[in-house]
Design a protein around this ligand. Structure first.
Ligand code: SAH
Ligand code: SF4
Ligand code: F3S
Length: 464
């Protein structure tokens, strides 16, 4: 009896000393998926998650290092939180993710109000780090792993709409594009056991989710070989994984990101074409329309190869939408190279593009060996030219959608009006329409009646 009470008291003591933690996430979808893993690890260790900074004792910022402005945003936020630390003396700050990995304990030297730094492969050690901080120390864990995939961790769905969820299927990247920091912040590529991926997707479907996005820096090179009694079985590649996930239920939409053009195979396109629930949208980052630049970027494909892949996509799935990433003003980019990028945009006619100015990243091949020789104003000018062209193409593409009808997965209320709902079609385009009797989490048919460059406007076409 006494023993039980003591254990209870100890538990209460420990619980009272567990921090309430707020996780704030920047960067790519993989970081958002990681924050959900972090939430789960912390929950298992007895911490509770705060829904705002105001009610938190500890803020963990999951950071991105891809461009300098991503890092500046985080530093700005860290300094903003300093003011709160004055008022609420218990508030502590920890940095997770790619910036933590890149800067390591330098970050604690530079930002003196940061008391914890934890890299993307070290999240299992977070509870220990928090304990160290509780004991008055500052802690850093930044070791990268060749095997960690967090396969056994069931992520908590943070800020979820209960309809779509991310599933991380691999980690790391070893493509070493000459401009990119990711191989240094995320380590070697490794794939997660397909059984755990399928189980996670099935569980989400059973819980009412209707869309999963499989995530990795280069999903096309997904490859997992199980070892049974010391013998490696045949490996499971990305097409087979997609086949398995898509077969869970025709009502479960499956998306994926990101595809590296060098590895986009016909085998994948065949699987996609055979499963209508695999969404008709491929994100295929091109980076530049000039072969000279692609070579300097170490992208390992040519414009001709890229266009062949675009043709293959359209051959297998004429209704497939294609989106991209592009970098303006990379080292040595001439006006001719830039014009080649514009020309490629005119040929492919992307539905959407993420467009960036080149930002030199310390430690990359380009930073070491290639001068960052395009003036910032010129980078901006070229970027703006690409943005203007892409805006025009997106609007023209959308105008062609007027009159067409789509199956839409309804997601929620439109930001502008409670009377309207929004959802996305298989091509990942957002459709906004009058609410009618539609309910989030269900599929409805919507006819497109009007558009902007970013959104399709429509009406329910299946009201009885
Ligand atoms: N793994 C993905 C891309 C991940 S990073 C792929 O290779 O397709 C997302 C995008 O950020 C890249 O596609 C690239 O367009 C951009 N990017 C990466 N490093 C950059 C840098 N140093 N400066 C500007 N943009 C960069
Ligand atoms: Fe970076 Fe290239 Fe890897 Fe993409 S494929 S994460 S751009 S190194
Ligand atoms: Fe940024 Fe890291 Fe993703 S650098 S883009 S958060 S992998």
């Amino acid at each position: 009896m006494w023993g039980k009470r003591r254990i209870f008291a100890l538990y209460l003591y420990a619980y009272a000393h567990m921090e309430k933690i707020y996780i704030e996430t920047y960067g790519c979808q993989m970081n958002f998926a990681d924050s959900e893993v972090v939430g789960s690890i912390l929950g298992k260790a007895g911490h509770s998650l705060a829904t705002s900074v105001d009610e938190a004792d500890f803020v963990l910022i999951n950071t991105c290092a891809i461009r300098d402005n991503a890092e500046q945003r985080v530093r700005h936020r860290v300094r903003e939180l300093r003011a709160l630390q004055g008022r609420n003396r218990r508030l502590r700050i920890g940095i997770l993710g790619c910036m933590a990995e890149r800067l390591q304990s330098r970050l604690m030297a530079e930002e003196d109000n940061v008391s914890l730094v934890c890299g993307p492969d070290a999240y299992r050690r977070l509870p220990l780090l928090l304990e160290q901080v509780r004991d008055g120390q500052r802690g850093a864990e930044v070791e990268l792993s060749t095997t960690e995939t967090y396969a056994d961790i069931e992520p908590v769905r943070l800020a979820s709409n209960g309809i779509s969820a991310y599933i991380s299927i691999m980690r790391g990247c070893q493509n070493y594009c000459s401009y990119c920091v990711v191989p240094y912040t995320r380590g070697r590529e490794r794939s997660r056991d397909p059984q755990t991926i399928v189980a996670e997707a099935r569980d989400l479907f059973d819980k009412g989710y209707r869309e999963v996005t499989l995530l990795g820096q280069n999903v096309n090179s997904y490859s997992f070989a199980q070892e049974v009694a010391g013998v490696k079985e045949d490996s499971v590649g990305f097409p087979e994984l997609m086949e398995r996930v898509a077969s869970i239920d025709p009502q479960l939409r499956v998306r994926f990101a990101t595809s590296h053009p060098k590895d986009l195979s016909d085998a994948l396109l065949e699987v996609m074409a055979a499963h209508p629930n695999i969404c008709r949208c491929i994100h295929l980052p091109v980076q530049s329309g000039s072969n000279r630049m692609l070579k300097a970027m170490n992208r390992k494909y040519t414009v001709e190869w890229y266009l062949d892949r675009v043709d293959a996509i359209r051959r297998y799935m004429p209704d497939c939408s294609i989106t991209t990433d592009v970098i303006a003003g990379f080292c040595g980019e001439t006006l001719e190279d830039h014009e080649a990028t514009l020309e490629l945009f005119r040929r492919v006619r992307y539905d959407y593009a993420y467009m960036f100015k080149y930002s030199q990243r310390e430690g990359t091949y380009a930073a070491k060996h290639m001068p960052d020789d395009i003036a910032d104003e010129e980078k901006t000018r070229r970027l703006n030219e690409i943005i203007a062209l892409q805006g025009q193409i997106a609007l023209e593409n959308n105008r062609k959608e007027v009159g067409r009808e789509y199956e839409v997965l309804v997601e929620g209320e439109s930001h502008r009006s409670k009377e309207r709902l929004f959802g996305r079609n298989s091509q990942n385009k957002v459709l906004v329409f009058d609410r009618g009797d539609a309910v989030p989490g269900t599929y409805r048919r919507v006819k497109v009646t009007d558009c902007t460059a970013a959104t399709l406007l429509g009406e329910l076409a299946d009201i009885n």
